[in-house]
Design a protein around this ligand. Structure first.
Ligand code: PHE
Length: 381
């Protein structure tokens, strides 16, 4: 009951004035509550669902091995329905109602940029598994990520286009309302130009809203690019690729980690055949961390894990490792332990948190062949 009252106080904003209630480490002190906010429904539903599955698998493995500090990990999830304006309530509820010791989330950078400041003000460590926009962790004491950032991703894909594919003219089609898409486009364009390439067309759309992209794609077609970079989310990429082919764009399409969704690869199979995208890991990699994870995940969920599942899994394991090293559920101690994460053997690579709270890891370029991503190359930072 007491915690319910705290949550209501939090909702009306008094917690930000320091009138919130003291946190405990879960009922009877036998549990450690980890909160997750994610898009379990709405336009990017697979992001939230995949991440949750990865987190749940990690938590069940941790608990089967005796938990952390002798306590069970309990994961509480709040759905933000893929909407930025639902994020504040979801994160407040995790902190003030569920008493989350650490918050994991979100996938989409724009939503992590809403949740981050709330955790920052509350003094609750937040770890995003997969938000890649540099701004998410910028000047944040309490916000971390276990993935690389879009300056690296944008540069890697521009180099891939210029050096590997030999492209000299690139077009870029960006979601104007998504921080992720904007940032990734910016870094890609900068590198492509620095290498001596020409960005011959930049067009934009409203991510998650627009359905007809033909006008912009026709403009792109008229500039005869060698490649078309689409730094968007999978929900839009299928329709964009279909219409690109319809207006006669036949050059390779390139994308980033936002493409990562099986439904895009299978439903848009023919129109994205041969396209390339960058991502965080490949389930085909032969490292033992990858094969163990893929086997356990398949046994539990009867499907191959995508990058979000792998990152959700890694985020949960990194958080548990930090709590163990902190030796308590004191949030300042956990924050300091997260900062000290070094060479944690993750599924998505060795994780070291740098001074900006980001992880330095390799990136994987995949090509779509017959509806399946196939490993092309790994790019080191
Ligand atoms: N990196 C994307 C973002 O920051 C989210 C994402 C991560 C999407 C991994 C798919 C896979 O918004």
């Amino acid at each position: 009951m007491q915690r319910h009252v705290c949550w209501i106080i939090g909702l009306v904003g008094l917690s930000s004035l320091g009138l919130g209630c003291a946190r405990t480490d879960g009922p009877a002190g036998s549990e450690i509550v980890i909160g997750e906010f994610g898009s379990l429904s709405g336009s990017e539903a697979t992001f939230g669902v995949s991440t949750k599955e990865g987190i749940d698998l990690a938590a069940s493995e941790i608990n089967a091995a005796g938990g952390v500090l002798g306590k069970r990990i309990v994961v509480k999830v709040e759905n933000d329905e893929s909407l930025e304006d639902r994020v504040a309530a979801a994160v407040q509820k995790l902190i003030n109602y569920h008493n989350a010791v650490v918050v994991i989330g979100e996938v989409a950078s724009g939503r992590s940029m809403v949740g981050g400041p709330i955790c920052e003000n509350a003094g609750v460590p937040m770890v995003t598994p997969s938000s890649t926009n540099p701004k998410v962790t910028e000047r944040k004491k309490w916000v971390f990520r276990v993935c690389w950032t879009d300056d690296f991703q944008g540069e890697a894909m521009a180099r891939f286009a210029y050096e590997t594919l030999g492209a000299r003219k690139s077009a870029v089609f960006t979601a104007i309302n998504q921080a992720y898409s904007q940032g990734l486009a910016e870094y890609y364009e900068k590198t492509f130009k620095d290498l001596g390439g020409n960005v011959v067309a930049t067009e934009s759309y409203q991510g998650g809203k627009d359905r007809d992209f033909k006008a912009q794609l026709t403009n792109i077609k008229s500039m005869a690019p060698d490649v078309l970079f689409i730094p968007g989310y999978y929900t839009d990429v299928g329709a964009i690729a279909t219409q690109a082919r319809q207006v006669g764009i036949s050059v390779p399409l390139l994308g980033g980690d936002g493409w990562e969704a099986e439904e895009l690869f299978t439903q848009a199979k023919d129109v994205i055949e041969g396209s390339y995208y960058s991502t965080h890991y490949s389930s085909d990699e032969e490292r033992p961390e990858v094969s163990n994870f893929v086997t356990a995940y398949k046994a539990k969920f009867s499907k191959t894990p995508d990058a979000m599942s792998a990152l959700g899994y890694d985020a949960m394991k990194v958080v548990a490792d930090a709590i163990r090293r902190a030796g308590s559920v004191d949030q300042e101690a956990i924050r300091a332990a997260l900062e000290g994460t070094k060479e944690f053997p993750g599924v998505t690579g060795s994780i070291t948190i740098d001074e900006n709270h980001n992880a330095r890891k390799p990136l994987v370029v995949q090509q779509l062949k017959g509806g399946k991503p196939t490993f092309v190359k790994s790019v080191q930072m």
